[in-house]
Design a protein around this ligand. Structure first.
Ligand SMILES: *Cc1c(COP(=O)(O)O)cnc(C)c1O
Length: 472
């Protein structure tokens, strides 16, 4: 399998290069040159597999012979062995034709674990093959740093530094990052805001000498490997609910568009997806786009569903590539205009084509709390705010020809106790895994908002770790 850039100017690469590169050299995102097909017969066979083996079957054609199959199978098994539900991504019925897929049984209780647990292992494997090491540096507003840390902890070839704004993340979020004991995990509480954290990370990547010395890397949501691994749970839900031969819909709480794009990818591979609902909060750039055909940037307002508080949905570029007929040059031009002017529009026929598959829905904070309360009363399910936006969207938008609608529950309610209490009048039960985190000792370094100080801290830490590594 070979991968091409959405902007058409970067070299075509194999999976291992795409994994390590993240972004393509022309600024585009990598997509497979063709979609592997999963036949009806193969889909029927998936129903008998456990989640890890199903994920192996789905990702294998994307990786090809870059990683030996038995090694890949072992990695997928290890990735999901720490998940606390035997089904890994269990389904619950909410009502006639309406289902919920729980994607919060991994180490940090949110859906990003499903991809990152395997991606961390893929990184380590490819780095070992090449005799390389990387330093991953990232910024978090609190909700996503822990999944990256859990993915990288204990990986031999990776040092990970995550910056969070000191005092501005919740205690649960902070402890999920700082209570990790592995020596290759380095938390930095920055004396500044989340924007300062992001700016410092950007500045480090822009410092060529620093970037090369430390082999800086990122595992951010535009990495193809993350999208690829997410495709598995769409096939898992479909197989469990009687595919092939059922018309399926998915309602997906969306921010960067990586999750719902994986549903689109599943359709390209042969899954019978008749509808994809892009569910957003008040930061509704995607919903406005699907309504009007115009993608227009606006400011971001904080909501109860912080993981969807985004200004720009970076993975949308992958869908745009198809909407523009696979013309990389036009994708590049359109997105350069977008960066400059803050908006772009799609032609009416291209928009109509997308709307044949996609619907979009927005829900503000008041509506989110109302849905959480209503869903608890109706089905007994306590939802987190992100998942509630999906179930509300599924109820509002399900098309008549969709037999089975699956809402994706992307976070455990215990990650958002304040919102759950406001909606439901009580706090959610705390899973054992989260309770344990709250007891453990924290490891974190507080540093000023100063690039030179940050860089020398990272440099010294990595140098010392490599020296220890050689001594071992
Ligand atoms: C990241 C995240 C999302 C948004 O997913 P995208 O792939 O960025 O669209 C939704 N819900 C939760 C809980 C998340 O962590």
């Amino acid at each position: 399998m070979q991968y091409q850039s959405t902007r058409g100017k970067a070299p075509v690469l194999a999976f291992d290069d795409v994994l390590l590169a993240g972004l393509a050299s022309d600024g585009g995102l990598y997509i497979p040159q063709q979609w592997p097909a999963v036949s009806d017969k193969a889909q029927r066979r998936l129903a008998g597999l456990d989640y890890a083996d199903l994920a192996f079957e789905i990702v294998l054609p994307f990786i090809g012979d870059v990683i030996p199959a038995d090694k890949l199978r072992q990695m997928t098994r290890e990735s999901y062995s720490s998940f606390t539900h035997p089904a890994v991504a269990p389904l619950k019925q909410l009502g006639p034709g309406q289902w919920l897929m729980e994607l919060f049984h991994g180490p940090t209780l949110a859906f990003k674990d499903y991809a990152l647990q395997l991606v961390g292992r893929l990184f380590d494997h490819v780095l070992a093959e090449r005799g390389q090491q990387v330093t991953i540096v990232g910024a978090t507003s609190g909700d996503t740093g822990s999944a990256a840390i859990e993915a990288c902890r204990g990986r031999e070839r990776i040092e990970i530094f995550i910056l969070h704004p000191e005092g501005r993340v919740s205690e649960v979020q902070r402890r999920q990052m700082t209570a990790v004991a592995d020596d290759n995990v380095h938390n930095i509480a920055l004396q500044g805001t989340f924007d300062d954290c992001q700016d410092q990370v950007k500045a480090m990547f822009n410092d060529t000498g620093f970037r090369e010395d430390l082999q800086l890397s990122a595992v951010n949501s535009i990495n193809w490997a993350r999208v690829m691994v997410q495709i598995a749970y769409y096939f898992a839900a479909a197989a469990a609910l009687g595919a092939p031969g059922r018309s399926l819909g998915f309602s997906v709480p969306s921010g960067n568009f990586g999750n719902v794009y994986a549903g689109y990818a599943a359709k390209q591979m042969g899954l019978e997806v008749a509808q994809l609902i892009v569910a957003t909060n008040a930061n509704d750039i995607l919903t406005r786009f699907f309504e009007s055909g115009t993608m227009a940037m606006r400011g971001v307002a904080p909501t109860y569903s912080p993981s969807m508080d985004i200004q720009v949905s970076s993975n949308f570029e992958r869908l745009l590539f198809d909407a523009l007929g696979g013309d990389g040059r036009r994708v590049g031009e359109t997105l350069q205009d977008f960066r400059k002017s803050g908006s772009f529009s799609l032609a009416a026929d291209a928009l109509a084509q997308l709307r044949g598959l996609f619907d979009a829905f927005r829900l503000d904070d008041a509506g989110t709390l109302a849905e959480m309360k209503a869903q608890l009363a109706a089905s007994g399910e306590m939802l987190d705010p992100h998942s509630a936006i999906a179930t509300a969207a599924a109820a509002a938008c399900k098309r008549d020809d969709v037999e089975v609608m699956v809402s994706l529950a992307t976070a455990h309610p215990a990650k958002f106790p304040a919102a759950v209490e406001a909606a439901c009048g009580r706090t959610p039960p705390v899973p054992a895994r989260l309770a344990a985190v709250l007891e453990r000792a924290e490891r974190c370094r507080t540093l000023p908002n100063d690039l030179a100080v940050l860089q020398s801290h990272i440099r010294e830490t990595v140098t010392a770790r490599r020296r220890e590594g050689r001594a071992r």
